[in-house]
Design a protein around this ligand. Structure first.
Ligand code: NI
Length: 186
């Protein structure tokens, strides 16, 4: 189990579709453990295999104290719309408003191949949709009409010289800087 480097925007492997998983053995278990360790280290609320350079239909999502291992996940039902700030561990330093479905129901398998169903709304629903998009080679910026919609939030830490300018820009847009930094990332 390891914390691995997360691929960032521009790496073509982020655009690969995850191949269906057919073998539920040690290799899959190692990948799920690496995804979990790397997600928690970031920290983030989700991480998909393509972000570690593995074109497989595998992701993890952790909201609250519930860790979901998502193997071959599919959205089977969706309702409503919800617009909120969203970020991605593969696109550090930015967030944007993205409209997602408000409630989703996902069918997936766990590391042993056992099928289960999970329903999510709010942060969990958004994280599920974000990670499943990664498995299609899709990033949240694909939903934006223009790069101008990207909102810089800085990379955190006191070493960020532009932190005051970033906060001023967020406030100009009516966004609480603390909330922008705490937004869901996966
Ligand atoms: Ni992401």
């Amino acid at each position: 189990m390891s914390v691995l480097p997360i691929l960032t925007l521009g790496d073509p492997r982020l655009r690969l579709r995850g191949e269906p998983v057919e073998s539920f053995g040690k290799l899959l278990h190692h990948l799920i453990d690496d995804l979990t360790d790397t997600m928690r280290h970031a920290p983030g609320v989700g991480l998909a295999a393509p972000q570690l350079g593995e074109a497989l239909d595998v992701a993890v999502v952790e909201v609250g104290d519930r860790l979901l291992e998502l193997v071959n996940p599919r959205i089977v039902r969706a309702e409503g719309d919800d617009r909120d700030l969203e970020g991605c561990l593969s696109i550090p330093g930015f967030v944007a408003y993205v409209t997602r479905r408000e409630h989703v129901w996902v069918v997936a398998q766990n590391r042993l191949g056992r099928k289960y169903k999970v329903a999510g709304s709010g942060l969990l629903g958004r994280a599920l949709q974000h990670e499943l998009d990664h498995l299609q080679g899709k990033l949240y910026i694909d939903y934006l009409a223009s790069p101008d919609e990207l909102i810089p939030v800085g990379r955190g830490g006191d070493e960020d010289e532009d932190a005051d300018a970033v906060d001023a820009e967020l406030e100009r847009r009516g966004i609480d800087p603390e909330r922008a930094k705490a937004v869901s990332r996966g």
